[in-house]
Design a protein around this ligand. Sequence first.
Ligand SMILES: *Cc1c(COP(=O)(O)O)cnc(C)c1O
Length: 491
Amino acid sequence: MYESTRGNLYDQTASQAITLGMVPSGGLFVPSNFPDLNWQDLQGLTYRDVAKRVMMPYLTDFSEEALSKIVNVYSDGTFDGEDPAPLVSVGNFGVLELWHGPTAAFKDMALQVLPDLLKVSLKQFNRDEEVLILVATSGDTGKAALEGFKNRNGMHIVVFYPEGGVSPVQERQMTTTEGNNTHVVAVKGNFDQCQTAVKQVFASELLKAQLEKKKLIFSSANSINWGRLLPQIVYYYWAYLQAVKQGKIHSGSKMNVVVPTGNFGNLQAAYYAKRMGLPINRIICASNSNNVLTDFFATGVYQSQRSFYQTISPSMDILVSSNFERFLFEMSGRDAEKIQAWYNSSNQGSFAVDSMTLKACQDTVYAGWANEEETLETIARSYKTYQYVFDPHTAVAMKVYEDYRYETNDQTFSVIASTASPFKFSSNVIKGLAKERQESCRDEWQALDRLNQLTGWKVPQGLQGLENKAEKSVSSIKPEDISEFIQKKFA
Ligand SMILES: *Cc1c(COP(=O)(O)O)cnc(C)c1O
């Protein structure tokens, strides 16, 4: 069963948690208990079957048959290659490539299964309403959600992205999505403003009532939805199994994971894997110049009232990190009263935790950050040393991993979660690679080919021919008008 981080809702089934997305009166759904799952019992299984075994104990109201169908997406050709999440050996560490799905970012790992999880969840209650999915995106979630939900019966999706705050490829990926149930909206503001406005829409009783009359209910495809986090636990088990199989770690030894972090969903999934018994040593949280989390882990003060930087790793340009609430819930010993106090809206996103909670946080997670210059430099140096091309997000993780090794001398085998194909951010990757060549490539579409020429890496299928695809019309609105937009379009 599931409960709210804020102590205002208990005893909800997985179907209820997934359908609602977030707790209507504030708070996020978390599992009331963590099942133990021994990685040794998963040895020799395919990714699809590992996914089934990891997800099953959390979906007790799903039939085994339904779940089997859902996880088929990992073996039916939706992800390219035999293995949807290969662990690639680079130097003396591993890179877990999570970008072999249709949109070339790790969001596909979950967003290719969320629509089916939602479909089964709705059926569970015999609800005849249609679902309206609202998504705030810093770039990658939007496209992955559009791909997952397009042309789904009984489901509509609206994606809000910060105008000028996403890469040209990310923007074009979204605006060229097909499907009669997909909508894309540019918002004049940054991601945090998009996300806050969308959360307010979810909380609006008036709008909810109006939509209810049209037989429409809201849900979320952001990582506040438990259905997003659950499929992400799977690939940490998978990484461990691959590391053992490849002889990188002895059976039972621990591994570190390094996660480039924005909304803390990917990192929280790693933490849940650890709670289920996967031998994880440190979880390393890597941030870009929006280093609100690095500061938190140093001081215990979460201070989101600060300058916002637009960086070359836009999917991490986040100051209000949604899933951090789930992490603090665990670190505080599941103290919903404390969470309630910290996340009280009058705090405006800034609060200080007690020393016990801080200690628990620091024991679990090491946090660091990399600035723009360091990120570009890491792309260049990693290519030179390992002939491996990091996208700017994963390069941030790589830099923080190096700092961690230097600072702690921890020799534990480490896995870097690689969250995007470098081709999604080609011109900035070239800028990094070309430091010595003094080259820069302005046209984003030329840059894809140029990166292919420079490295010999293949342009992912989903990014080919983007510049010539027909774009859908995109409205451009202010954050405060999101509610009205939804009302006009759907209510
Ligand atoms: C979404 C995203 C992140 C951040 O992941 P969170 O789960 O939000 O912490 C990092 N890198 C890329 C490429 C992303 O798309």
